[in-house]
Structures are given as C-alpha cells and as structure tokens.
Design a protein around this ligand. Sequence first.
Ligand SMILES: Cc1cc2nc3c(=O)[nH]c(=O)nc-3n(C[C@H](O)[C@H](O)[C@H](O)COP(=O)(O)OP(=O)(O)OC[C@H]3O[C@@H](n4cnc5c(N)ncnc54)[C@H](O)[C@@H]3O)c2cc1C
Length: 80
Amino acid sequence: MVHVVILGGGFGAVYTAKRLQPYLKRHPEHTLTLIAKQPTFIFSPLLHEVAVGIIDPEVIQVGLHTLLSLSQIMYLFRSQ
Ligand SMILES: Cc1cc2nc3c(=O)[nH]c(=O)nc-3n(C[C@H](O)[C@H](O)[C@H](O)COP(=O)(O)OP(=O)(O)OC[C@H]3O[C@@H](n4cnc5c(N)ncnc54)[C@H](O)[C@@H]3O)c2cc1C
C-alpha cells in the first residue's frame, strides 16, 4: 500500500492529484493526502480582475473536493 502526500492546494498540487486519480481508481489500496491552507483552489491568473472589481472572488475559486472527487483522497487544511 502506498500513501502519497501532496503539500499545497495550488496548480502543482491539483495537477499532480489529477494525474494520480486514474491510477488510484485502479488501485483502491493506495491513498492520497492533500495538505493545504484552504479548501479551495484559486485560479491565480484571474486575481488581477478580482483586484480591480471586474469579477467576483467566487468566480476564480473552486472547492478541492469538487475538483478532485475521489474517496481515497483525505484533506487536511492548515491555516499556517
Ligand atoms: C496574479 C497572478 C497571475 C498569474 N498569471 C499566470 C498566467 O497567466 N500564466 C501562468 O502560467 N502563470 C501565471 N501565474 C503564476 C502561477 O499562478 C504560478 O506559476 C502557479 O500558481 C505555481 O503553482 P504552484 O503549485 O507552484 O504554487 P501555487 O499555485 O501558489 O500553490 C501553492 C499552494 O501551497 C499552499 N501552501 C503554501 N504554504 C503552505 C503551508 N505551509 N501549508 C499548506 N499549504 C501551503 C498555498 O496555499 C497554495 O495552495 C500567475 C500568478 C499570479 C499571482
């Protein structure tokens, strides 16, 4: 059994977890833990549009649970 731990909930973390998802689906004995500061992924290339009020902050955020819907993933959210 392999236990993969990914630190962070940004681009690198999400792409890594997404690439591992098909493998984890085929191997349910393996698990993944994602440790992030917050439960959402923020699409940073649009942050400047939020800063100047063109779009709402909610538009560039999506829950990590929604992006990575796999029961083998455990989430730990740390504020520091
Ligand atoms: C305003 C802006 C616009 C950008 N536009 C573009 C663009 O147009 N095109 C492009 O290619 N790139 C763009 N970038 C750069 C792009 O966002 C970064 O290259 C990319 O986010 C890097 O991915 P990453 O996974 O390394 O880091 P991040 O996506 O920053 O993820 C790091 C994660 O680690 C978490 N973290 C940090 N410390 C801890 C801790 N101690 N414990 C737990 N979690 C922690 C953070 O909360 C975050 O979730 C932009 C960046 C910004 C800020």
